[in-house]
Design a protein around this ligand. Sequence first.
Ligand code: NAD
Length: 345
Amino acid sequence: MSAINFVVIGYGGMGAYHVHNILPNENERIHIVGTYDISEERQAISQEKGHKIYKSYEEVLADETIEAVLIATPNDLHKDLSIAALRAGKHVVCEKPVALNTAELDEIVAVAKETGNTFMVHQNRRWDPDFLIVRDLYRNRQIGDLFQIESRVQGANGIPGDWRHVKKQGGGMVLDWGVHLLDQILWLVDSPVKDVKADLSYILGEEVDDGFFALITFENGVKAIVEVGTSNYTQLPRWYIKGIEGTATIQDWALNGKMVRATGREDVAAPKPVQAGVGLTKTMAPPSELAAESIPFPEAKADFDPFYKNFYHVVRHGAEPIVKNEEVRNVMELIERIFAVASAK
Ligand code: NAD
């Protein structure tokens, strides 16, 4: 079957990344016809790269040869642009966060159902190698059942860009990075959320949050700590994972880190007390040599299709989407809960 004729809406940082880094790997399935951006400067850059330039969004929607669009504009525009495209008979890939809240998402999904067109959100961090390792640990229990999962991203560069500082444009770090980490956690833990505690940070004194901390307890007892910071000059590990038989630290996206598992040997001598500051401790001494062993991380492998391959099969063959709109809604609902329980600015 032929490739899907595709137009990228918003040729900014992420729109251009789709065009130049993601979609070239999918050229059997996705054919980039052109781009549309309200910025003349961005249009000129896209044209220089050889893309067809649309003069207006209406022109894209009126082009009957176009089957699908990617919405990669600021967050507050996702809803209206998606609905207009669905109504014009196009399939839609929408960047994260899908919208500003669940009510907006419900409006989009209602139109997708009514028109029968596909609407899929680009929750691309489900394919991150570090996350795939954690997913493997959760499912295959190399360090036993996981009971605490800590997921963090920490930068020292503040909130990037322009619209990300503006509340009504859907700025702030919960909607920016939080949506990725929360999507990963909800997709990982196969249990409903029981309780959420959270706090937002406003270190930079802006009208939007510049980071947050959430403690999510699931009904199966698993606890997740999710943290995003933009004023961190040194970083905690990307992941710190505690299983009942071991611990894993994934330091960074380059997959540095280590995993240590209890050997369960019975002939192990108790650890000796160690000097701890001005005191002595046995409780906090490292495990005796025979009591624990380092083991390698599992291979970071996705047992599911890449995003656009899946999108193609959803559109052409009615396959099940990997990113389901119900899942995206659960993430939006969790985000609303985080905003609600976090103390006001
Ligand atoms: P950006 O500011 O770099 O780009 C946005 C572009 O949209 C700009 O070029 C702007 O001129 C254009 N634009 C604004 N209004 C428009 C309109 N009405 N019609 C057409 N174009 C319009 O922002 P960005 O970093 O590229 O973010 C865009 C979207 O992508 C956001 O929703 C963001 O959350 C998402 N994003 C996702 C990831 C990811 O990993 N999935 C990473 C970065 C950004």
